[in-house]
Design a protein around this ligand. Structure first.
Ligand code: GLU
Length: 517
């Protein structure tokens, strides 16, 4: 790495829909890299393709980054820096791009093209009948309508008459384009594989390629960290840096691997998420689908109960690994450990179960009081009022049993209500006269018990079993079913202590009076 240059990186999404988790990962890696090197992380909105704009998408991107804690220090939604504006449509209005399109024309690296859509479609068809694919390039441009084939006067007349044109790159005919990618090593592409990409349109709008290069240059971007789908564009970008005389300050490239479906076959899409039951977006929402123009609803990690720390920890390891087997990283630890050199070249398989595991780990890291603060409003919503201390005790008992905090709510009904039914499997196996009599005598023994703790109630339980000539282990689960209705749950006698004598005794009587009746 060139150590003399200030690290400045950007996340440059196009607001064409909700931010996919692959995009969040790109933002995360940019963020980690910037923080690691004490540099800047910029959010730039690339909205040159106005036809694909989706209302609300920009806001969604900003909210998603905020929720994830991936906060840019410059850019749309996060405060202006020296390089404002940070939205390309605003930059276009400020006249940032046109001068560079002109410069490329003047230096002979770009040209005007006047071919209409119909004419180009015709070419495409003609090539198809020959079994070939048409490309606007060094071979075909000589026979098409552009400033390389028309006279200077004619070009001027057409432009003056307001005729639609585009400005195309003049890709050199026979050249090897080489650049170094931090993740992939040297990439070599022959110029004959590139076409003369459009850079600018007569409506004054630059295309993605020109705007992207001009902005990276003028925002002094040192490293371009982006998804693998942009790798095919990189040779053109390298050429543009050269044509504009900016080779010295060309950013270093790092193209990140794709996030793959759980089975490894292809890129993870929204449809895979729907099919397999996991979200591929950070936040739930509804936006227009750019392809169909119809509103489309989607589910997010936040609404599915994931903690942002768990989500970003999982994403960080999807394509990157630390120097050891460590899997749990705080954000600070990620910043410390992150390096682009340890990003893998090959795609990373998404694992929904592992993602839940990450959430569970972060849930366990929370204190009982923190979990109680999450649980209390969920209970209130269900009309259950309780004290913070009782909610904390519930969290202490159930914490090891759940992956999401909403499961605490779903699993804590019996802390408040007597069982309305009893686990049928356990009842069928264990309920008989002898055991029913045992539960009755247990209720009596509990009633007479002085100090009520996990230890005293457990001792009392064992003594009562012994007196009745029953193996305590054989009736333990049945006892749990009698007091909670369920065959499984938290450490039994801690539950007994928390529920208290009155409740336990009442529930034992209820069980004896209702089961099998
Ligand atoms: N606007 C492009 C996108 O939507 C940015 C690609 C890049 O980072 O250069 O992903």
């Amino acid at each position: 790495m060139d150590n003399t240059r200030r690290v400045r990186v950007r996340f440059a999404p196009s607001p064409t829909g909700p931010l996919h988790m692959g995009g969040v990962r790109t933002a995360l890696y940019n963020y980690l890299f910037a923080k690691k090197h004490g540099g800047d992380f910029i959010l730039r909105i690339e909205d040159t393709d106005q036809e694909r704009l989706v209302p609300g998408a920009e806001e969604y991107i900003i909210n998603a980054l905020k929720w994830c804690g991936i906060e840019p220090n410059e850019g749309i939604g996060f405060g202006d820096g020296d390089c404002a504006p940070y939205r390309q449509s605003d930059r276009k209005n400020a006249g940032v791009y046109a001068q560079y399109a002109d410069q490329l024309i003047q230096s002979g690296h770009a040209y005007y093209a006047f071919d209409t859509k119909e004419e180009l479609d015709e070419q495409r068809k003609r090539y198809e009948t020959m079994g070939k694919a048409f490309a606007y390039n060094a071979l075909t441009r000589q026979n098409l309508k552009n400033s390389l084939t028309l006279s200077e006067d004619e070009v001027k007349t057409r432009i003056a008459a307001g005729e639609h044109y585009v400005i195309r790159t003049k890709i050199p005919r026979n050249e090897e384009i080489r650049f170094h990618d931090i993740i992939r090593g040297w990439v070599v592409v022959h110029s004959s594989q590139l076409d003369d990409k459009v850079l600018f349109k007569s409506d004054g709008m630059p295309t993605y390629h020109l705007a992207n290069i001009v902005d990276d240059y003028s925002m002094k971007i040192s490293h371009v960290i982006r998804g693998e789908e942009w790798l095919p564009s990189a040779p053109l970008h390298v050429l543009l840096y050269r044509f504009l005389g900016w080779e010295e300050v060309m950013p270093q490239f790092a193209h990140l691997p794709l996030i793959l479906r759980p089975d490894g076959n292809g890129k993870l899409s929204k449809r895979d998420g729907d099919r397999l039951g996991f979200p591929v977006f950070p936040l739930t929402g509804e936006l227009l689908d750019v392809k169909t123009g119809q509103p489309e609803k989607f589910t997010g990690y936040r609404e599915k109960g994931y903690y942002p720390e768990a989500f970003i920890n999982m994403l960080a390891l999807l394509g990157w690994h630390g120097s050891s087997n460590q899997e749990l990283f705080t954000k600070e630890e990620l910043i410390e450990a992150f390096s682009l050199e340890r990003v893998s070249k090959s795609g990373a398989k998404f694992d929904a179960e592992k993602t839940k595991w990450f959430n569970q780990q972060y849930l366990r890291k929370r204190s009982d009081a923190e979990l109680a603060a999450e649980l209390l409003p969920m209970l209130k919503e269900q009309g259950i009022e309780t004290t913070p201390a009782f909610a904390e005790a519930i969290c202490r008992l159930l914490k090891e049993k759940v992956q999401f905090s909403y499961e605490l709510r779903d699993q804590c009904g019996y802390f408040f209500n007597d069982p309305a039914g009893y686990d049928e499997g356990v009842i069928a196996k264990r309920w008989n006269e002898q055991n029913a009599a045992f539960m009755k005598s247990l209720a009596d023994a509990f009633n007479g018990l002085g100090e009520w703790t996990a230890a005293t109630t457990e001792a009392c339980f064992k003594a009562t079993a012994e007196t009745a000539g029953i193996n305590a282990g054989q009736v333990m689960q049945l006892f749990r079913v009698c007091i909670s209705g369920l065959g499984g749950g938290p450490v039994l006698f801690e539950l007994v202590e928390l529920l208290g004598k009155e409740t336990i005794v009442r529930r034992l009587h209820n069980a004896v009076n209702t089961i099998g009746k």
